[in-house]
Design a binder for this molecule. Sequence first.
Ligand code: SF4
Length: 301
Amino acid sequence: MPFELKPSQAKNALSSTYGKNIAINPYQGCVFACEFCSAIKMNYFTGRVEEKWDATGWGEWIDYKTNLVELLHKEREKVRRSKIYFGNATDIYMPIERKLKLVPPILEFFLENPPLELEVQTRGTSRDVKRDIPLLQELSKKTSVLVSYSIHTDRDDVKKVFEPKAPSLIERKRGLKLYFEAGIETRLSCMPILPLNPENYAERFAKYITKWVWIASMNHKQLTQGLFRKHFPEWLDERVVEKAMKRTQKEFQKRGVDCRYRSIEPKAKRKRWVKRQSKIKNRKAKSAKNSNLPNNQPTLF
Ligand code: SF4
């Protein structure tokens, strides 16, 4: 299928994400095409596939929004009272951004109208993230700015399986370092955690993190189960993942970096609880049904 790049008009610049947070995405679609990406559902929402999680063609199309700054002027008040995620459903530093330059006018708007907080999410190359660092430095003087860099492993073989089209790990380390050296707050986003060597991973990236590291397990397991089964079957066991998260946390803590992870345990507990509840419900339904049956037993009293 040939690559599809087309302009689009958004209805709103800002959209709601989890909780009360707000996001802005200058693009729909993403050429990095990570196998675990939760934005894959945009394939469905833009009418390209029939099923919600069908990944067919993901990474082969981009719709770019041409009217965001115009809309931002109308949504100025909302900007001022919001924590804004910049690029939670695309990567704002895809190579196409070099040509389209959609990000700088948005950052310039934020300079005039600073949000409560701005969080930039990326896994871009140093070449691509470099351009806007002066704007982010300026903005840091007016509001809280955090760059959340996505790096899920220290292993190139793992990266090749799950994010073959995304920038190399070396490039991402360079990008992260650029932000760090520019004095911009950084966070490492390891969501989802992929097979890694905790010690090596922490050693490679800890020195460039000013805030903290956030680790979580795979969210949409159905997307990657086949790849895990083929390449890293031991990682299908949640205990292995939990252990890796704990060890990674320890390695960062050893290096003086705060590291938090979302444990799998509560999820597993909840699953067991739901199962137990449904058994109880079934049992109750069965006994209610039995008590409604005509009673042929002789009455004693
Ligand atoms: S870079 Fe982010 S938005 Fe793009 S495919 Fe990967 S996870 Fe999805």
